[in-house]
Design a protein around this ligand. Structure first.
Ligand code: RUB
Length: 312
């Protein structure tokens, strides 16, 4: 019953599906498939099995709240359903709506963010964020004659995906190693990065090394923008929960034979950029300050937040 759900979870864990937005959409589509192909006969059984499917997906990558919000969006009407068919239908409907909203959000962010790009700007981006790349491609399509520096993003080197996508779109793009960020920053006009999770106090959790871009940008007085759909805002952080930073296998950093005996490897996947280094969050509901994240979150996720509060 859970084979397809487990396949999606394992594709996410093994990074065949990666990037917070894609993970969220894949999670929602997996819930849709689960509901559509469900062969059980009782509403209660469906709710229980749906819960297990949810847990399988949420266990795949811990940091991106987008996955949690995407899966949760699919479940929001299940408790109101009075029959199995109604419950299944609501999951399918809400999953489709989430995927559509998510894709539209990336487009809206591209349009809003591109207004911040001026003719001739040199931009830096990190890792591989569809939201940040959307802004850059839109600015390029508007003829703004931009240059881009993209970081390699060790150890998975997602920067290679970024430079391929940008160069395919005709953007003048240069790949740099992660440790070149400080040196190159003096030539950068604006930084655009994506988000895995945004906390209620406006801090950003994104690919490891993002905070170094933010620090270097701050020192150079270079504007630092976060391109983020609002479903990357974490309702749990309102109640004090700490975002778990995923640690991945040390084999991603070096081959076992390269490591002297007794040497340990630490491979955190994401880091936290404090709100004070962020000039603005570019979201599908507009450009907001990090200080407005709480208000936007309450507006977007009011019901979920109230439910969470009641369960605390
Ligand atoms: C990807 C990463 C991206 C965010 C946002 O990390 O940190 O910046 O997920 O991406 P990983 P998007 O490769 O480990 O998933 O804007 O596409 O949602």
């Amino acid at each position: 019953m859970f084979d397809a759900t487990k396949r999606t979870a394992s594709d996410i864990k093994e990074m065949k599906i990666r990037g917070a937005g894609r993970i969220a959409r894949a999670g929602a589509s997996a819930m849709e498939d689960f509901a559509e192909s469900y062969r059980g006969s009782s509403l209660e059984g469906f709710k229980k099995d749906l819960d297990s499917a949810k847990d399988i997906l949420l266990g795949s990558r811990p940091t991106a709240v987008s996955l949690w919000n995407g899966v949760q969006a699919c479940l929001k009407d299940v408790d109101k359903a009075s029959s199995l068919e109604e419950a299944r239908g609501s999951v399918v409907r809400n999953a489709k709506a989430f995927v559509e909203t998510s894709n539209n959000a990336v487009d809206a962010i591209a349009k809003i963010g591109a207004k911040r790009v001026e003719k001739g700007d040199t931009i830096m981006t990190h890792c591989n964020s569809s939201a940040a790349i959307g802004v850059i491609k839109e600015a390029h399509a508007q003829g703004k004659d931009i240059k881009v520096f993209a970081t390699e993003s060790r150890p998975w080197r997602q920067g290679l995906l970024t430079v391929r996508e940008l160069s395919d779109a005709g953007v003048d793009v240069t790949l740099i190693i992660d440790s070149a960020v400080r040196m190159v920053m003096k030539d950068i006009d604006k930084v655009f990065v994506g988000a895995d999770t945004v906390t209620s106090n406006g801090s950003l959790i994104n690919k490891i090394g993002t905070s170094q871009l933010a620090l270097a940008a701050n020192e150079e007085r270079t504007p630092f923008y976060v391109c983020t759909e609002t479903y990357k805002f974490s309702p749990m952080t309102i109640f004090g929960d700490i975002v778990e930073i995923e640690e991945r296998d040390c084999g991603e950093v070096a081959r076992p034979e390269e490591i002297p005996k007794g040497v340990k490897i630490f491979n955190p996947v994401f880091d936290t950029t404090p709100a004070k280094y962020i000039d603005a969050m570019i979201t599908e509901v507009g450009m907001i300050s990090p200080g407005s994240v709480y208000d936007v979150m309450v507006r977007q996720f009011g019901d979920i937040i109230l439910k969470m509060r009641d369960n605390k």
